[in-house]
Design a protein around this ligand. Structure first.
Ligand code: PNS
Length: 161
């Protein structure tokens, strides 16, 4: 049996914290779907095509990682992929309340769904996509926060916004 996991998120944009979770998850599962939410109420800054392209580029060394997007309920996407495990990264206690609610609601919607939490690497415990956008907006350095190839693309996009 193929053990598949889904790592869902907005990835607006992907950070080194996300990539750390993807690499570690890819060592545990046979197949990892990185699933980008398309219809987010959060009004993403970067297009879904751009976000897919960036994660594909950053994970091209991982054979068992597939980058995909979804809309609607996560559990419906999971069913399509015959996957039962959701992987989420936990940074701090502040993440817990929201993730607790999501894990329970997803379980309620599909009782076969399990959510596994992975502690974010200490190095990235302060990192988020919002922080990356804020730093870039104010012209700060993104070094070490996102893959190198992405730094200029993010600046470019913010400059033209
Ligand atoms: O990176 P994010 O923004 O924290 O990711 C949130 C995400 C995409 C995991 C979450 O919003 C999600 O799963 N959305 C899909 C809709 C859904 O299934 N919601 C849960 C039941 S209401």
């Amino acid at each position: 049996m193929i053990r598949s996991a889904v790592y869902p998120g907005s990835f607006d944009p992907v950070t080194n914290g996300h990539l750390d979770i993807i690499e570690r998850t890819a060592k545990i599962f046979d197949k990892v779907y990185v699933a980008i939410l398309e219809n987010s109420a959060k009004k993403p800054m970067f297009s879904v095509e751009q976000r897919v392209r960036w994660i594909k580029q950053a994970t091209k060394h991982l054979d068992n990682v597939e980058v995909d997007c979804f809309s609607g309920l996560l559990v419906n996407y999971m069913e399509q992929k015959s996957a039962h495990v959701i992987v989420k990264g936990l940074r701090a206690v502040s993440d817990f309340e929201y993730e607790f609610q999501m894990a329970h609601i997803n379980r309620k919607l599909d009782r076969n769904t399990e959510t596994l939490f992975m502690m974010t690497n200490n190095k990235y415990s302060y990192l988020s996509s919002s922080i990356v956008k804020e730093i870039a907006h104010h012209g700060g350095s993104l070094e070490g926060l996102v893959p190198d190839f992405l730094e200029n693309e993010i600046y470019e996009k913010i400059r033209n916004a």
